[in-house]
Design a protein around this ligand. Structure first.
Ligand code: MG
Ligand code: MG
Length: 278
């Protein structure tokens, strides 16, 4: 088993700086993602914010990825490549992006994603709104679980519990299994792999100094996905909508701290009775 990188308090502070850049990209993307705007234009918004903060994109060039943000529209689950197709009112779009900074001779990474309905929630179908809300809630439930649980299997259990909470007679949100959360630190992707569904077998213990990217991906249908010919774009095989939410979360001596949320996770964790512990 590969070692899990544990961070010092100082290193977590470096990662908070990277996380706040990512939070600022999200703020700018939310504002700019209007009907008629193209994903390529939004990628430039992201690139400008990263430059303005003196950071670097950890997406651009990763495995040859050509942009600073993955923009995944409707049935695209993750890894959508920004193109010149204008967004339309009612599209369910996820934005996944990151940045790193250099401190003490090393890179310190942030990584986060959110989904939104272009034109505002009212512009979306009832199914798109429901899926997006459940996916966001499953992310916060999983983050909250880190604060009170012993092992990282709590993430998959929490995500599944939220999908079960909203199960209807003939419908339940699908949990994508082929893509997972991950450790993050001096590289964007590190051990451990964090599954979004319950697993048997002993999973790593949650320990202070761990920093984890928690990122459930849910579908409005079947969980089967496929990769398009561009070797990046991941779509649902049945064409159903997908949503994706992610935050970079530090496990601290006092609890947890959501590094990519401007408020450290205060609002998202409040329903669970958890206060961020920087
Ligand atoms: Mg991400
Ligand atoms: Mg990630």
């Amino acid at each position: 088993m590969t070692r899990i990188e544990l961070k010092s308090t100082e290193q977590i502070a470096f990662m908070r700086d990277a996380g706040l850049i990512v939070a600022d990209i999200h703020r700018a993307l939310r504002q700019a993602a209007q009907p008629g705007v193209t994903p390529l234009e939004l990628d430039e918004v992201s690139a400008q914010i990263i430059r303005a903060h003196g950071g670097k994109s950890n997406f651009l060039g990763y495995g040859g990825f050509p942009a600073t943000v993955c923009i995944s529209v409707n049935d695209v689950v993750v890894h959508g490549i920004p193109d010149d197709t204008p967004l339309r009112e009612g599209d369910l779009v996820s934005f996944d992006c990151g940045a790193y900074i250099r401190r003490s001779g090393q890179q310190w990474h942030g990584d986060a994603a959110f989904s939104m309905i272009v034109g505002g929630d009212e512009a979306g179908s009832q199914r798109a709104r429901r899926l997006n809300a459940i996916t966001e809630e499953s992310m916060w439930a999983a983050i909250a679980a880190l604060a009170t649980s012993k092992r990282i299997s709590c993430v998959g259990e929490a995500v599944e519990a939220v999908t079960e909470k909203y199960r209807e007679d003939d419908w339940v949100a699908g949990i994508v299994e082929e893509y997972t959360g991950h450790g993050i630190g001096t590289a964007m992707h590190q051990p451990p792999e964090i599954l979004n569904y319950p697993v048997r077998g002993l999973q790593p213990k949650i320990r202070p100094g761990m920093v984890l990217a928690i990122e459930p991906m849910l579908t409005d249908g079947d969980i089967a996905t496929e990769v398009l010919d561009d070797d990046w774009t991941v779509v649902t095989r049945d064409g159903a909508l997908a949503a994706h939410w992610e935050h970079t979360v530090a496990v601290t001596e006092g609890g947890i701290w959501v590094l990519t949320a401007p408020d450290g996770g205060e609002a998202g964790l409040a329903p669970y009775g958890i206060t961020p512990a920087p």
